[in-house]
Ligand binder design. Structure first.
Ligand code: NAI
Ligand code: MG
Length: 348
């Protein structure tokens, strides 16, 4: 697969999304993997100009690519929820991104708020379910705006949906040296959903005898991310718990400027989408201050997903080398300078 041409859809989005995506593409080119990119102007700008979030014909076109690279979408001028629900969540659901993959890895030389933690202490990967749970959009409201308002937001968990994400997590764990999988949930309170998740992990553990399994309540896991991050190798968890836990993960592993993610369709029935965890950062947009590293690491995940393991490893190594030098750097570099430096390392 190393020689094939990647057909890539690019959604730069809004704010710093456009700035960091330019650097991600620069590094992709430097990695020597041939790609053909097509840009899509989805996000706040298009919403204001046309009222559109994700037209059906654009969604259909997107299905035809090998992968999607997304910067970030959103702006304070767009009512909350519109782009999240009608664009981002819709892409995840329609393209069946049932794995939201978020590595939490402390690179050498990176400052962590956990003063004592060493890189070997923080090296995990969170496998967050991406299409079900409380994000499925099941629920409703009655008598809205009155004192008698009722609002429900149900968590949907299907045997099929839980099994496929748990299986993926076991396979990930099997491929890593520690071979440890931790289920994070709240089985003592969310007894119906928790029971399904726990039984699924138990059942699949028979097939993956080499993988050690563990369980942690989400509240305890939030604490252990900070006090004992070395407990974790691969984590599998539901959509909402994973969302929250990975923000803690981003914080302990050096901040939002470094956190990468993949919205993965492991069955490959539709393209997977790779994006930095951060948003469009309107507070620093247009100033060249955004760190493109999270996007560059997302490009490394994209390359790995498409079978370009060597190119992926080269990008990750270039980032690691760049991060080591950052600690002794005299001056802060611009978005473009960081992209140039990492691209030069990849090409070199
Ligand atoms: P944000 O992640 O955009 O910014 C949070 C803080 O982190 C800001 O102070 C920002 O300057 C800083 N920051 C973020 N990325 C950075 C980078 N690469 N380098 C240096 N500093 C960085 O989150 P916020 O402010 O809550 O949301 C802003 C907009 O982004 C909203 O419209 C929100 O809906 C949207 N958003 C979009 C996401 C996506 O497209 N997947 C994810 C999260 C938020
Ligand atoms: Mg989030």
């Amino acid at each position: 697969m190393e020689s094939s041409n990647i057909r890539l859809a690019v959604i730069p989005g809004d704010g710093i999304g456009t700035e960091v995506v330019a650097e991600g593409l620069k590094v992709l080119n430097a990695a020597g993997v041939k790609s053909e990119t097509t840009e899509y102007d989805l996000g706040a700008k298009r919403y204001h100009a046309t009222g559109q979030t994700l037209p059906d014909e654009v969604l259909d076109e997107l299905r035809g690519y090998d992968a999607i690279l997304l910067g970030a979408v959103g702006d304070p001028s767009v009512p909350p929820g519109v782009l999240e629900r009608d664009l981002l969540l819709r892409l995840r659901f329609e393209l069946d991104h049932y794995v939201n993959l978020r590595p939490v890895k402390l690179f050498p030389g990176v400052t962590t708020p956990l003063g004592e933690a060493r890189p070997e202490d923080i090296d995990m990967i969170v496998v967050r379910e991406g299409t079900e749970g409380p994000y499925a959009g099941a629920g409703g409201a009655m008598r809205r705006g009155t004192p008698h308002e009722i609002a429900t937001q149900e968590s949907l968990n299907t045997a099929y949906g839980v099994e496929r994400v748990v299986r993926y997590a076991f396979e990930k764990a099997l491929a890593r040296p520690r071979r440890k999988l931790t289920l994070v949930h709240k089985t003592n309170v969310l007894t119906y959903a928790g029971d399904l998740w726990a039984r699924t992990v138990d059942r699949l553990s028979m097939e993956f005898a080499e993988v050690e399994t563990d369980y942690c309540h989400v509240d305890a896991a939030s604490m252990f991310f900070i006090t004992q991050p070395q407990r974790f190798d691969v984590i599998v968890t539901d959509n909402l718990f994973g969302d929250i836990l990975t923000d803690i993960g981003a914080a302990v592993a050096g901040g939002i400027g470094l956190a990468a993610s993949g919205n993965v369709n492991p069955a490959r029935t539709a393209p997977s989408m790779f994006e930095p965890v951060h948003g469009s950062a309107p507070d620093i947009a247009g100033q060249g201050k955004a760190d493109p590293t999270a996007t560059i690491l997302s490009v490394a995940m994209l390359l790995d997903h498409l079978g370009h393991a060597q190119a992926s490893a080269r990008v990750e190594q270039a980032v690691a080398d760049d991060l080591i030098e950052r600690q002794s750097a005299w001056t802060a570099r611009s978005t473009r300078e960081i992209g140039d430096d990492i691209a030069a390392r990849v090409a070199g």
